[in-house]
Design a binder for this molecule. Structure first.
Ligand SMILES: Cc1ncccc1N[C@@H](C)c1cnc2ccsc2c1
Length: 119
């Protein structure tokens, strides 16, 4: 029947719980030129003290895994993990270091992008 209202289903609103936004933001983080220190879990065997100092390690590949396994309820829980990457970086690395500077650049990039997307 023409004009019949189509039932709204999740697949229609492809940004259910902001997960499409999470996928877009994560792809941009992974592609960023300053992402290199954050692409894989820090190898605590190769980085003395890391396991003791950083209680909740996080990196972009782990976030990718969690997103793929549907472990993020919404954009907020995703943003908590992304911010954990940057908090760990600031805790362990000097601001005036290669990794420390990369972390600051990545954090300001991310803050700008998700606030733009949420406007
Ligand atoms: C984010 C972070 N925080 C503290 C220590 C390491 C790292 N990143 C790892 C991948 C890493 C591990 N090893 C090296 C060696 C040169 S750069 C680099 C990066």
């Amino acid at each position: 029947v023409s004009g019949a209202k189509k039932a709204k289903t999740d697949k229609d609103d492809n940004n259910t719980n902001g997960l499409a936004t999470c996928r877009m933001l994560l792809a941009e983080l992974e592609a960023h030129q300053d992402a290199w220190p954050f692409l894989t879990p820090v190898n605590h065997k190769a980085v003395p003290g890391y396991r003791k100092v950083i209680k909740k390690p996080m990196d972009f590949s782990t976030i990718r895994e969690k997103l793929t396994n549907n472990q993020y309820l919404n954009l907020e829980t995703f943003i908590v993990d992304v911010n954990l990457v940057f908090e760990n970086c600031e805790r362990f690395n000097e601001d005036d270091s290669e990794i420390g500077r990369a972390g600051h650049r990545m954090r300001s990039f991310f803050d700008k992008r998700w606030t733009e997307l949420l406007k």
